[in-house]
Design a protein around this ligand. Structure first.
Ligand SMILES: *Cc1c(COP(=O)(O)O)cnc(C)c1O
Length: 419
């Protein structure tokens, strides 16, 4: 699974298409996704769970482009949504709501109604108050909502604090020690039906120990709940499997699947996994064009047309993303900060990075940009959000047009009735 962005005749390609050719059609900055890589990753993870009944519910928040989501649901993938907007997208992309799970700490009444009407497979409930609200909304519609609690097992996933969710001080889930009481309350309600247990401890996890540790705790809970008379048919193990950005050595899909199955595979549950980053992250790159070089003091800056508004991971998580020139390799290098045009010192794609010498109009590729890239972009500084392109073999299509100026002011007006 490394041939998605190969170098051929010295030039970087997306599958069989030269990046320069895509840029000619789509401009810069641009996100480029490999359809074959998305397929291969879905298939690899699906195969890793093949020994047990399972559904992969792609965490659509990682990359919600309709073309990307459509690609996955066409292969039988379910979806994990975290908002009404994501539910709307998942449906529009052709997903089957009976394969959707809904996670998130702040589901609004309208979002709950939308999910009930769509007929999703399971609500992953994050508080007892939410349980009561879902019961009431379902009662009003004369339906029964399939639910699980997202339990917080209090384990440290050993990742960045902003993407750690399974520690007892995080806002996510209910403390695992309170789960038995919460399930008892759910059982007494008429318009919810307990179908499972869910758990998601964080993202970019590169060590299996915390995952196995969390699943051991969930495993005891499932046994306890069954003893209390709940039928726990679904076990949602969350997402979070990490990918290679730099020199990480995450477990393979097969190792991850084997670890999950050896922890909870004998419970007889239908397993659900919610991979996001693992499917989309290394299926995409971000391509930006060099505008200027400048020296301030003894620091060299390479100013590019992509910015933190397009790809915020380096700024938000101090994340490393590998960068290389699209054109032929060069011998000389220098240490630079790769920065965007936005009026913030936090606007960088790389800091103190040794890169081949770059010149005006050079194209550079920022790797591992398929997940938590475009989806976190904004229009700050009046910037048009980037185009997105899907490639398959020697063909490509623009699957989201670059914002136009009209898009920047959509819905705005200068009031006529005030003052
Ligand atoms: C973000 C999230 C995921 C996906 O995480 P990845 O690290 O992208 O796999 C899965 N489940 C829940 C509940 C999430 O919030």
């Amino acid at each position: 699974m490394s041939e998605a962005f190969p170098r051929r005749d010295g030039r970087l390609h997306a599958e069989n298409v030269p990046i320069e050719q895509i840029v000619e059609a789509a401009g810069t900055p641009v996100f480029i996704y490999s359809a074959s890589e998305l397929d291969a990753r879905y298939d690899a993870l699906d195969a890793a769970f093949s020994a047990v009944p399972h559904t992969l519910c792609y965490a659509i928040k990682a990359n919600m482009n309709l073309a990307v989501v459509n690609r996955l649901v066409t292969r039988g993938c379910g979806i994990d949504v975290t908002s009404g907007g994501e539910l709307f997208r998942a449906q529009l992309a052709g997903g089957d709501p009976s394969q959707f799970v809904y996670s998130g700490v702040g589901k609004t009444d309208a979002e709950i109604d939308h999910a009930l009407d769509a007929g999703i497979r399971m609500f992953n409930i994050e508080s007892r108050e939410e349980l009561r609200v879902i019961d009431a909304r379902a009662a009003e519609r004369g339906v029964v909502a399939p639910v699980s609690f997202r339990v917080n097992p209090d384990v440290d996933p050993q990742t960045h604090p902003y993407i750690s969710t399974g520690l007892s001080n995080s806002k996510f889930g209910i403390p695992i020690a309170e789960a038995v009481d919460a399930y008892a309350e759910a059982k007494a309600l008429e318009h919810v039906h307990v179908v499972g247990v869910s758990c998601h401890i964080g993202s970019q996890i590169v060590n299996l120990d915390p995952i196995v540790d969390a699943l051991q705790r969930v495993r005891s809970l499932v046994t306890e709940l069954r003893d209390a008379g709940h039928s726990i048919e679904l076990l949602d193990v969350g997402g979070g499997l990490g990918i290679v950005y730099d020199r990480e050595q995450p477990p393979s899909a097969a190792e991850y699947g084997a670890a999950v199955i050896s922890s909870v595979g004998d419970l007889g549950c239908h397993l659900i996994a919610e991979p996001g980053r693992w499917i989309a992250g290394n299926s995409g790159i971000f391509v930006t064009r060099v505008l200027y070089g400048k020296d301030n003091g003894d620091k060299h800056f390479t100013v590019v047309d992509g910015a933190m508004t397009d790809l915020i991971r380096p700024t938000l998580y101090q994340a490393y993303q590998r960068i290389e020139p699209v054109g032929p390799p060069r011998e000389n290098t220098r240490v630079v900060d790769v920065v965007g045009p936005v009026c913030e010192s936090a606007d960088f794609l790389a800091q103190q990075r040794e890169l081949p010498i770059l010149e005006r109009d050079d194209l550079i590729a920022v790797h591992s940009a398929g997940a938590y890239g475009f989806v976190m972009s904004s229009n700050y500084n009046g910037r048009c959000r980037a185009a997105e392109v899907l490639v398959e073999g020697d063909q490509f299509e623009i699957v989201r047009a670059r914002d136009r100026f009209e898009d920047l002011i959509r819905g705005e007006s200068i009031p006529e009735g005030l003052g």
